[in-house]
Each structure stands twice: as structure tokens, then as C-alpha cells.
Design a protein. Structure first.
Length: 130
């Protein structure tokens, strides 16, 4: 059996009506097609926490999963096309994760969307219908 894959994929964010914009004005994100190693490295591992009484008996517990969007975006994002911000009259083109983290907080919604999308890509299963 021979399977074919691409190492890079693209995503058009919904951020601020981006998908409805003219194709030449859209933000397009290129990201790494997840590998097994990336899934192991980027997906959070649950942390189990237990509470004990003075005698050492378990009183209860909880599972905590911390999602780090910076780790996801830094690990998956290859490049951004079409994202331009004007800051104090100066035009700034954002093309990578570093530029995204240094951008104004107004782009926080875009960062959240990308992190959620990348998380879903890492969690997705291949449809194996015959």
C-alpha cells in the first residue's frame, strides 16, 4: 500500500470575515502536516491530582489538562500570507509566529482560532473507510 501526503497544508482563518474577503486580500496560513512525533510533543498530557486527608486516605482527585497555544502555534505554523497591521502609521507585515506574538493584542482572537484549529488537526483521525 502506498500512501501520499504533503508536508505542508493551508488554512484560511475566519478571523474578522477573512473568508468572505476577496481572495487577494485573505489571510492564508501555511502549517505543518502533523506527524506522530508532533502529536506526542504538542498535545498536552493530562495531569492527575489527588487530595489526601491527614491519615493519607484519598479524598478525591481531578484531571488537569493545560493547553499551551504558543507551543501549538510555534510547532505548527510555517508562514502567514496577507496579514498586515498599521501601528502608529507604520505598516508591519506579519509572516511568522514570532511576528504574531509581537503583534497588537487585537490579533489575540486570530491566535486563539489558529491554536484551536491546530489542536483539532493534531487530534483528528484519518477516515479509514474501505
Amino acid at each position: 500500500m502506498e500512501l501520499q501526503f504533503s508536508t505542508k497544508l493551508t488554512y484560511v482563518p475566519k478571523f474578522r470575515g477573512n473568508r468572505e474577503a476577496a481572495e487577494s486580500d485573505r489571510i492564508v496560513v501555511t502549517y505543518r502536516n502533523p506527524t506522530v512525533a508532533m502529536k506526542a510533543r504538542l498535545l498536552p498530557r493530562p495531569e492527575l491530582r489527588f487530595r489526601y486527608d491527614a491519615q493519607g486516605n484519598v479524598q478525591g482527585g481531578e484531571t488537569v489538562v493545560v493547553q499551551d497555544r504558543k507551543t501549538l502555534i510555534d510547532g505548527m505554523l510555517v508562514r502567514i500570507e496577507g496579514l498586515v497591521c498599521t501601528i502608529d502609521g507604520e505598516r508591519k507585515i506579519i509572516t511568522d509566529a514570532k511576528g504574531l506574538w509581537e503583534a497588537p493584542a487585537a490579533l489575540d482572537e486570530l491566535i486563539d482560532e489558529l491554536a484551536e484549529f491546530f489542536r483539532s488537526e493534531l487530534d483528528s483521525k484519518v477516515d479509514e473507510k474501505n
